[in-house]
Design a binder for this molecule. Structure first.
Ligand code: NZQ
Ligand code: ZN
Length: 388
């Protein structure tokens, strides 16, 4: 049965190959000082930086540079961004990049006027912001996280070997996000497929939970089919606009809170993947692909009807003459074949995990209770070993 919920999505989206021009409509709504947040320089190579700077200047903005946001942004970088924002009295945080830049911008936005240590407040104590929040805008260059239309902000603390996501409320979501599928053409293939698996995993995390009849599950199946179809075109031809736009749009819908409404969720693949990421700094989507199959094979007996449905509805497995278990297993086999076609990581050892790290990774894995089986520490260790 659908649970009770309220639903609002606070982000205005501009989608399409001319969407950047709408920055001209958004910028006048904010003050003069714009913190321009970007990563390691891809936007300088593909021309997006120049295009954004031109629009900022045409709108009379002071540009305050905040470069070098790394994949899996760190708590040290967060402190640096807060310092830049405070010194320059910024009015808007404009993230130009992937999920890392967008997440980081949100983390900075709730920390600028925060009197306490933001790591402790938001990531250890999971408190909500009680200070002024500086608005965030996003020009997205990588499809995957859904950060462009949600309140998620994942920060990594290397010293503590922790990678933690805080999902903030509507007031922290980007005020606007600009999605031009062509901006994703320059992604290296490895990043493109990691993003594609991230999308797929977000849908699975919300799908593999509950036994009720729920509209969200039908939406999830449709989204999964679209991602599978478009991904197979995009790996052959990365400049196929139709495929790249469907991937970008599916990424947004996979994690803009809609398909989570009224249902329970799992999220254990992400908990395992984040712990692997905390130890290895590996690409987020690859940490998910590397643990998914052992995890799903482990929980399948506890959620067999849903795994059977997944096989039939998403992977077109023919159920005739087969047991539920056989059908469900064929679904996971089909998932594996698709992952192999994309070239995803299927083991955590290829991401740099060694056997001596397993106990620490297991300790850093948050155990959530919404999936078909609440894992214990021994099961986590077993799944990590099976992922090697
Ligand atoms: O730094 P630059 O030089 O820009 O290069 C980036 C980076 O190396 C590159 N890239 C991005 N767009 C490009 C491009 N290269 C060429 N052309 C382009 N158009 O790609 C690399 C990865 O970028 P990143 O932003 O790190 O990737 P992603 O979008 O996957 O974001 C990952 C972060 O988001 C978090 C992850 O944990 C990770 O920290 N997540 C955020 C979520 C949310 N907000 O809800 C949910 C997710 O589950 C996830 O946890
Ligand atoms: Zn993810």
């Amino acid at each position: 049965m659908l649970g009770n919920f309220s639903y609002v999505n606070a982000t205005k989206l501009y989608f399409g190959d001319n969407s950047l021009q709408y920055l001209n409509e958004e910028l006048p709504k904010y003050g003069k000082n714009v913190q321009l947040i970007y990563g390691g320089g891809s936007i300088k190579k593909n021309g997006i930086y120049d295009a954004v700077v031109e629009i900022l200047k045409a709108n009379g903005k002071n540009i305050i540079e905040d470069a070098g946001v790394m994949p899996n942004p760190t708590v040290e970088k967060l402190y640096e961004g807060v310092k830049i924002a405070r010194e320059n009295n910024v009015d808007l945080l404009l993230a130009v990049g992937g999920g890392s830049c967008c997440d980081y911008a949100k983390a900075v936005s709730v920390s600028i006027h925060c009197q306490e240590d933001p790591w402790q407040k938001y990531y250890i104590r999971f408190e909500e912001p009680d200070c002024e929040i500086v608005p965030v805008g996003c020009v997205l260059t990588m499809a995957g996280t859904g950060s462009e239309m949600n309140g998620g902000a994942v920060i990594t603390n290397r010293q503590e070997n922790l990678k933690i996501g805080h999902v903030f409320g509507a007031e922290v979501m980007p005020k606007f996000s600009i999605l031009n599928p062509k901006f994703t053409f320059s992604l290296p293939k490895r990043q493109m497929v990691a993003g594609i698996y991230d999308i797929f995993s977000h849908i699975c995390e919300q799908y593999f939970s509950g036994t009720d009849d729920n509209t969200s599950d039908y939406l999830a199946e449709a989204l999964m089919k679209s991602v599978i179809h478009a991904s197979l075109i995009a790996v052959e031809n990365p400049e196929d606009y139709e495929a790249r736009s469907n991937i970008m749009w599916s990424a947004t819908w996979a994690l803009n809170t809609l398909i989570a409404k009224g249902k329970s969720m799992d999220w254990m693949v992400h908990m395992l993947g984040q712990a692997v990421g905390a130890y290895t700094d590996a690409t987020h989507g690859m940490t998910l692909s590397a643990v998914s199959l052992p995890y799903y094979r482990h929980i399948m007996p506890y959620g067999l009807p849903k795994f059977k449905r997944f096989a039939i509805e998403v992977w077109d497995v023919n159920p005739q003459g087969k047991s539920d278990q056989q059908i469900a297993e064929e679904g996971l086999d089909a998932l594996k074949k698709w992952m192999q076609k994309l070239g995803l990581a299927l083991t955590i050892s290829e991401l740099g995990v060694t056997k001596d790290m397993i106990a620490g990774i297991a300790d850093a894995t948050f155990i959530l209770r919404g999936g078909y089986k609440v894992l214990n520490k021994e099961e986590i260790i077993q799944i990590l070993h099976e992922s090697m």
